[in-house]
Design a binder for this molecule. Structure first.
Ligand code: GLA
Length: 378
């Protein structure tokens, strides 16, 4: 019911994904503690398939996946992971491999037999004149009937407002936008701009998906996703904090085998993950935009099941050490309330505050806070 967490092969490996990469990544997820932190899915994106169907059946590329998909899935299950695959609603996938159009029920059955737990379903090469929503419905219904619970992830890029209908065809998450790049502008466009409007449509078992995390990529990966040197550490912190506040699925796109320490610590941050996975499942809302000198700061917040409140203070501009405040009144609280403030990412108690809290936030950085009523402290 809570936002799925894991790794997806696309951002780093694109068409080069193979069994070795997947096995090494899973081993690295165990060694680094990411599996224990909750990153349970190992998902192969496009390019696992052979170039053509065989006797009408979808088959894997046997040169890249020597042991075969069912063996790989079984081994990953044995390590404690869930396993995801990718297909497409059209005749071909976006990368030109066979799509599931016209084969929905038999492909869903094959996925079930192979031990698939998650299906990302893409939106390329739809036959002209057909309503894409019907094709997503077909696969959604086929998955329901395939005899195995398979989480359905609709990758429709937000084209026909999937937040209005994707849950009704069985999807647990839906892309709200085109592909994310390892670039601040892309995080702003896919994340901050769209999630601000779409928060009301998500909740337990139905999540807005602003695409993968680019945290830790540093400009290394699939050239459809990387652009130059990638984001700064501050920008990665902001992406992670926003995705956690928004209850968005957390799929790491970086090469986990070569993740730098700062990115690993960020992605493993237990306080931020707890906000993302909070059982109320109320996605954060943008409650304020503050303009100063032509640059904005944004304040986001969400209530949590234990009665505390998560708040993100984001400096969207370049100014170093910008003051960003959240007033209790804007959170719906009595101005006289005393709240204990915790910096979640840096794991620091910032003391007791009245009326408001002001942080100093560097360019494109964030302060992710958790505010507790003093009586809740033990
Ligand atoms: C589309 C999707 C991406 C990725 C590629 C694979 O662009 O939006 O996330 O799955 O296809 O070809």
């Amino acid at each position: 019911m809570m936002p799925p967490m894991g790794w997806n092969s696309w951002n780093t490996f694109g068409s080069e994904v193979d069994e070795i990469v997947v096995r090494e990544t899973a081993a690295a997820m165990m060694d680094t503690g990411l599996l224990d932190a909750g990153y349970r899915f190992v998902n192969i994106d496009d390019f696992w398939q052979a170039e053509a169907r065989k006797d009408g059946r979808l088959i894997w590329d046997s040169e890249k996946f020597l042991s075969g998909i069912p063996r790989l899935a079984a081994d990953l299950h044995g390590m404690g992971f869930s396993f995801g695959l990718y297909s497409c609603a059209g005749t071909h996938t976006c990368g030109g491999r066979p799509g599931s159009y016209g084969h929905e029920a038999e492909d869903a059955k094959a996925f079930a037999e192979w031990g698939v737990d998650f299906l990302k379903y893409d939106n390329c090469y739809l036959p002209p004149g057909l309503d894409g929503r019907l094709l997503f419905r077909r696969m959604g219904m086929s998955l329901l009937g395939c005899g195995r619970p398979i989480l359905f992830s609709a990758c429709e890029w937000g084209r026909s407002e999937p937040w209005l209908w994707a849950a009704s065809v069985g999807a647990s998450m839906w892309r709200i936008s085109g592909d994310i790049d390892d670039r601040w502008d892309s995080i702003v466009e896919n994340g901050f701009r769209l999630l601000a409007d779409l928060a009301p449509y998500a909740g337990p078992g139905r999540w807005n998906d602003p695409d993968m995390l680019v945290v830790g990529m540093h400009g290394v990966g699939n050239d459809e996703v990387v652009d130059g040197t990638g984001c700064t550490d501050a920008e990665y912190r902001s992406q992670f904090a926003l995705w956690c506040l928004a209850s968005s699925p957390l799929f790491i796109g970086a090469d986990i085998r070569n993740l730098d320490k700062k990115s690993l610590d960020l992605l493993s941050n237990t306080g931020a993950i707890a906000i993302n996975q909070d059982v109320l499942g109320i996605p954060g809302r943008r409650i304020g935009i503050h303009e100063h000198g032509g640059e904005n700061a944004e304040v986001w917040s969400r209530p949590l099941a234990d009665g505390s409140i998560a708040v993100g203070l984001f400096n969207m501009g370049n100014q170093a050490g910008r003051r960003v405040s959240v007033a209790w009144e804007s959170l719906g609280l009595d101005v006289g309330t005393s709240l204990r403030v915790r910096d979640v990412l840096d794991d620091i108690d910032l003391g007791l505050h009245h009326h408001e809290f002001t942080g100093f936030v560097d360019g494109h950085d964030v302060m992710l806070l958790q505010l507790r009523h003093e009586k809740n402290m033990n």
